[in-house]
Design a protein. Structure first.
Length: 312
């Protein structure tokens, strides 16, 4: 971990935005603002959805903390804009953010011969595609399947599909959040997540929910979701999950805080689901829980993220 030696900073905190994850971003942002203030930093909240955002004078800030989720947050757009303003910001750079936010590009990258990192087999479907011509390709995945928007987070627009007849409705739901849909093989097994501060993995978390999967309600609303740090799995299985997560973060090139979401099948093979370059920082969020398990409180976690940005 980076040793802490940070004097008070003038921090522009970006939160809110206009994406479908606005409410989660606001909650994350308020938690970060409170944490940084407790460490003695001067925090100014800025919402890109507000009129006048592009007239912001960035010269009055030492660093920008990005707590935006979804588009214009995780997709590389805000990073590109801040690069043009010549101000440092937290998290991954524009190129890495753009890659990780695009689930299909990420999967293609992970499956490339250079990486060969396991991720569930998939088919991509655009609004222009004739679904009837893709059924043979989709059938090769074998049901059950997961349908999700290519560029969304927080499990928004995600459906589980058990048979061909359920596909049209799932795609209709998915297309409310983008024209490109990802149809992937559903891995039956347990759900896991591995968070990072730069290249240091935080404690591994196993997720247990009474819902069909770790959906929006399980993430942000349910009090029954379990976050486990002690597992009924052999040590070598735990090490394998961590190894695949570390390999993925290094291959993608994440910076600052990041989170790798995985499934572990019944043969103890880990599968990468998604890479999150701006994970949530709410009371329900996984990265703060993992950090707390490592003895890092939320204010210290936020400060580590700022220090990482300043040193990069």
């Amino acid at each position: 971990m980076i040793p802490l030696s940070l004097s008070p900073q003038r921090i522009a905190l970006l939160l809110g935005g206009a994406s479908s994850e606005r409410e989660v971003s606001l909650e994350s942002g308020h938690a970060v603002a409170e944490g940084l203030a407790k460490r003695g930093h001067q925090v100014t909240k800025i919402d890109p959805a507000d009129e006048g955002f592009y007239q912001t004078d960035w010269s009055g800030f030492d660093v920008v903390f990005i707590a935006l989720h979804g588009s214009f947050g995780e997709d590389g757009e805000i990073q590109t804009y801040l690069d043009a303003q010549d101000i440092c910001y937290t998290g991954s750079n524009a190129k890495v953010s753009r890659l990780a936010f695009d689930k299909i590009l990420t999967k293609e990258f992970l499956l490339s011969s250079q990486q060969n990192i396991p991720t569930p087999p998939f088919v991509s479907v655009t609004a222009e595609d004739d679904l009837s011509k893709l059924f043979d390709q989709i059938d090769l995945l074998k049901y059950p399947l997961v349908v999700k928007p290519n560029k969304e987070g927080s499990s928004i627009g995600v459906s589980l599909v058990s048979c061909k007849e359920e596909l049209p409705a799932a795609l209709s739901c998915c297309r409310q959040f983008g024209s490109v849909c990802l149809i992937e093989k559903r891995i039956i097994g347990s759900e896991w997540t591995l968070a990072f501060i730069d290249d240091e993995p935080l404690p591994l978390i196993q997720l247990k929910t009474n819902n069909l999967f770790y959906d929006y309600a399980a993430k942000y609303q349910s009090s029954e979701t379990e976050y486990l740090f002690d597992f009924d799995f052999p040590e070598n299985v735990k090490k394998k999950i961590i190894s695949v997560g570390v390999q993925t973060a290094q291959a993608i090139g994440t910076h600052g805080i990041a989170r790798i979401d995985m499934m572990l099948d019944n043969q103890h093979q880990p599968w990468i689901l998604e890479v999150n370059t701006i994970p949530g920082m709410t009371s329900h969020s996984l990265v703060p829980k993992a950090a707390m398990q490592a003895g890092i409180c939320l204010p210290e976690l936020c400060e580590r993220v700022v220090l990482s940005a300043l040193k990069s």
